[in-house]
Write a protein that binds this ligand. Structure first.
Ligand code: SF4
Ligand code: SF4
Ligand code: SF4
Length: 145
């Protein structure tokens, strides 16, 4: 099978980027409103193999267990950042969601940023480590020292 050409795979992400902050916040609030925190998205993700996921930790408890909007948001935001630089946009998370949430709206944005900033596509480059997975002593940015 040949790879599709000429497809703007970030069309949906660009539409979200074009929103003003208020509209974008509303968009994501609506996106995750049906979430029941079943963790099917996490369980289906090939990157989510941590022995104890942050949502299951109790000492310390990083995030509450409830369906309180803050807890739901924290789960989605943190999981997305954990996948930054490693997400291949395979879609397993989205396919697994029983309530049809397009969870790739979070991870795909980060996948796009990694491509723009580091020219790295997880799953495509077989050699080397993901950009956020390495520390270089001679890193030109001072903030890391
Ligand atoms: S699979 Fe869907 S409902 Fe379950 S935690 Fe993930 S986003 Fe929420
Ligand atoms: S969400 Fe984060 S802590 Fe949980 S399994 Fe995935 S990578 Fe690990
Ligand atoms: S699209 Fe990314 S976050 Fe979702 S299952 Fe695949 S690798 Fe995991």
């Amino acid at each position: 099978m040949t790879e599709q050409q000429g497809v703007d795979r970030y069309e949906d992400i660009r539409a979200v980027e074009a929103m003003d902050p208020e509209a974008r916040w509303k968009y994501f609030e609506e996106l995750i409103r049906p979430c029941i925190r079943c963790y099917a998205c996490r369980n289906a993700c090939p990157l989510c193999y941590c022995p104890t996921c942050f949502v299951d930790e109790s000492r310390p408890q990083w995030v509450g267990k409830s369906l309180d909007p803050t807890d739901v948001r924290t789960f989605h935001f943190l999981r997305a950042f954990h996948c930054a630089g490693r997400c291949t946009d395979c879609g397993a998370c989205e396919r697994a969601c029983p309530v049809g949430i397009k969870v790739r709206q979070f991870t795909k944005k980060l996948e796009k940023e990694i491509l723009d900033l580091y020219h790295f596509e997880a799953g495509v480059v077989p050699e080397g480590r993901p950009p956020l997975d390495v520390f270089l002593p001679d890193d030109p940015d001072n903030f890391i020292k």
